[in-house]
Design a binder for this molecule. Structure first.
Ligand SMILES: NC(=O)c1ccc[n+]([C@@H]2O[C@H](COP(=O)([O-])OP(=O)(O)OC[C@H]3O[C@@H](n4cnc5c(N)ncnc54)[C@H](OP(=O)(O)O)[C@@H]3O)[C@@H](O)[C@H]2O)c1
Length: 384
């Protein structure tokens, strides 16, 4: 008797997806063509997805930001599921493996229908995927991909802090200096704290008081309240003369705050993750114009002012693109080595905690709306 073909289940022409049919439309569950995996790709039956701010930013700001996404498109970066087929050259996965990874379909030049997360079946790149460890649920795995990738870009890419990668098994040393993570209780921030610590750096960070213990448990030795007017002073005091190797700025006011810390401590590298003005209100509006123009003008002005201030202070400041590790050595280093080893030996954890808000593709749009309202140290997750 021939063994059952494990790919049989999905060798069907179509599957369902939560589709952005046109810029700014609500997501609609449509039938889309099921792709075949190409060189270096794995086809995944998606079991859980997580929602990031960028998902509602793309949806809500339409052609003012992701101009190349004219629709139809499938949004979403965070995938956990099961491999159903592999393309040529794939060596780390085979059908039946549980896998999680970063979907990059919304990036310029990618295919947002083949590679978006919010669908029953999607394509992941082998170089941006890892096995889900035994004992970890799909929901726990789904919280990591974009957050840990963005944190890794900030810490390790030469354009940002450019720190040496952690070496699994090497004991943590406090001699290398301090990383400042403003917004340590964001998804990206929590991952930045634990990755920086795993790389042997001390970490000082910020969070609301209710999340301070959590951020400390991930490795920050100082956590101050980012809502406090004295936050910058408190961080500088907490650094206590240690060498600062750079700062990661998460949250709308974080760039100026981090710059102030770097100026006073001599740090010279600033990795920026957030727009200086939140896009949450704009993305929720029924009409984008004319209000959108004013918001983007404020963002432009604030960005230029902040860049000039940084330059004058001798600080190299650049925006992070969290999926840019797809195209450099950091992608395979993180997803092929660091993340599997760190999750196995406990130096890295699945953070933040998943908040499962529903099941099925119909639950994805409400999940985006829920994320836009704001979360605190949790990641919105939908089971598929
Ligand atoms: N450039 C990129 O490639 C990239 C990729 C991913 C994310 N991002 C951006 O990075 C930022 C974080 O994303 P995320 O998904 O990690 O966010 P998130 O998990 O949704 O962030 C929620 C957290 O924001 C924190 N927060 C509230 N006010 C803050 C403040 N004034 N300063 C710092 N943190 C504050 C809250 O902490 P408390 O509850 O403790 O106050 C809350 O836990 C967003 O701006 C996002 O758009 C950029």
């Amino acid at each position: 008797m021939t063994p059952p073909d494990i790919t049989e289940e999905i060798v069907v022409p179509n599957h369902s997806a939560a589709v952005l049919r046109t810029p700014r439309a609500r997501l609609h569950v449509d039938s889309v063509a099921t792709p075949e995996p190409r060189e270096g790709e794995v086809l995944v039956r998606v079991r859980a997805v997580a929602v990031n701010p960028v998902d509602w930013v793309i949806q809500g700001t339409g052609s003012m930001t992701y101009r190349w996404l004219r629709g139809p498109a499938v949004l979403g970066s965070d995938v956990a599921g099961e491999v159903v087929a592999v393309g040529p050259g794939v060596s780390r996965f085979r059908p039946g493996d549980r896998v999680f990874g970063l979907a990059t379909g919304t990036d310029r030049g990618r295919d947002p229908l083949r590679e978006g997360a919010f669908q029953e079946v999607t394509v992941l790149l082998e170089r941006l995927a890892a096995p889900i460890p035994d004992g970890m649920s799909d929901e726990e795995a789904a919280v990591l991909p974009l957050a840990v990738s963005t944190a890794a870009c900030a810490l390790f890419q030469p354009a940002h802090l450019g720190l040496p990668l952690p070496e699994p098994g090497r004991p943590v040393s406090a001699e290398r200096g301090v990383v400042v993570v403003w917004g340590g209780s964001t998804s990206v921030g929590m991952n930045a704290v634990q990755l920086a610590r795993a790389a042997g750096y001390d970490v000082v960070s910020t969070a609301s008081p209710r999340n301070a213990a959590l951020v400390r448990s991930l490795g920050a030795d100082v956590v101050v309240d980012h809502h406090s007017p004295g936050a910058v002073d408190d961080l500088v005091a907490g650094i206590a003369g240690r060498r600062v190797v750079g700062a990661i700025a998460l949250g709308p006011t974080s760039a100026e705050a981090c710059l102030a810390v770097l100026r006073r401590t001599g740090g010279t590298a600033l990795a920026l993750a957030s727009t200086p003005v939140s896009l949450a209100d704009l993305a929720g509006r029924r009409r984008l114009l004319p209000g959108g123009l004013a918001v983007f003008a404020r963002i432009g002005l604030a960005s230029v002012t902040s860049a000039l201030r940084a330059r004058r202070a001798g600080v190299r400041s650049r925006f992070i693109w969290g999926s840019s590790l797809r195209d450099d050595d950091l992608g395979p280093a993180l997803w092929g080595t660091l993340l599997p080893a760190g999750l196995a030996d406990g130096t890295l954890k699945s953070v933040p905690e998943p908040l499962v808000v529903g099941s099925g593709l119909d639950a994805v749009q409400p999940a985006l709306d829920r994320q836009r309202e704001g979360v605190s140290a949790q990641k919105i997750v939908v089971r598929l």
